[in-house]
Design a protein around this ligand. Structure first.
Ligand code: 13P
Length: 257
């Protein structure tokens, strides 16, 4: 099934980076990614202060850049927030929305994540909508209910055409930054559930890219990406090292072959 879809590998730098250190990472990723086949797409979501640097160093390369959040508002008196249109000024392609760290530390509700997704789409960005359950929710058998609610709140606000333009990232909270990756079959089962939910929204939506995130590393990426409904990854820690990030991108390429 996944053989018709492209693969996508996106780095989420989170709150890491310094202007002096980013240059080597961005330049190396751009150089390494140029050797990938075109069905493997690559992106990096950087902290907003580094958007200009990303644009300068990645512009003209195959690597797209993005933000890790956007405001639900188009503009106005919202101190500290960044509008999707501002990201567009820096040539941004991707906007992560609803990352579990924002849901947990900034109390973002499923409805707010839906509103942010819509704003990103209206600004011309590709939202990467994160969904995921905590360990407690998994152990109580609530995984599908939790991520179903998270995804439904987003899809409810979108037309079929808009929904076809989103990327969904399944990131089990218990696998983020813990070194505990979901087993490939375990991740695939959730992705198949998400795929069915997308399909219910419309035939075109069923082919939206579904990424897995949570302790993806060079040594586990290949098996994860080989699963039928896993179209790539959202990579945290390993995206900060060009060697590891590029190895994960190459694993996506291998999974396509
Ligand atoms: P790690 O790859 O560091 O576990 O982070 C995953 C993540 O949260 C990506 O958005």
């Amino acid at each position: 099934m996944s053989t018709q879809r492209a693969k996508l590998v996106v780095g989420n730098w989170k709150m890491h980076g310094r202007i002096s250190e980013n240059a080597a990472l961005l330049t190396e990723v751009a150089a390494g990614a140029s050797a990938l086949q075109k069905d493997v797409r690559v992106g990096v979501c950087v902290p907003c202060p580094y958007l200009a640097q990303s644009q300068a160093l990645l512009g003209g390369s195959v690597v797209k850049w993005g933000v890790q959040d956007v405001s639900a508002h188009a503009g106005g008196a919202y101190t500290g927030e960044v509008a999707a249109e501002m990201a567009v000024d820096f040539g941004v392609t991707y906007a992560i929305v609803g990352h579990s760290e924002r849901r947990a530390y900034h109390r973002e509700s499923p409805e707010l994540v839906g509103a942010k997704t819509l704003r990103a789409l209206e600004a011309g960005l590709t939202p990467i909508v994160c969904v995921g359950e905590t360990l407690e929710e998994r152990e109580s058998g609530a995984t599908e209910q939790v991520i179903g609610t998270q995804l439904d709140a987003v899809l409810a606000l979108l037309s079929e055409e808009q929904a076809a333009g989103i990327v969904v990232a399944y990131e089990p909270v218990w696998a983020i930054g813990t070194g505990k990756t979901a087993q490939p079959e375990q991740a695939q089962a959730v992705h198949a559930f998400l795929r069915r939910k997308l399909q219910e929204k419309g035939a075109a939506v069923a082919n939206a890219l579904l990424l897995y995130g949570g302790s993806v590393k060079p040594d586990n990426a290949r098996e994860l990406f080989a699963q039928g409904d896993i179209d790539g990854g959202l990579i945290g820690g390993a995206s900060l090292k060009s060697k590891d990030f590029l190895a994960i991108c190459r694993a996506a390429q291998t999974a396509l072959q």
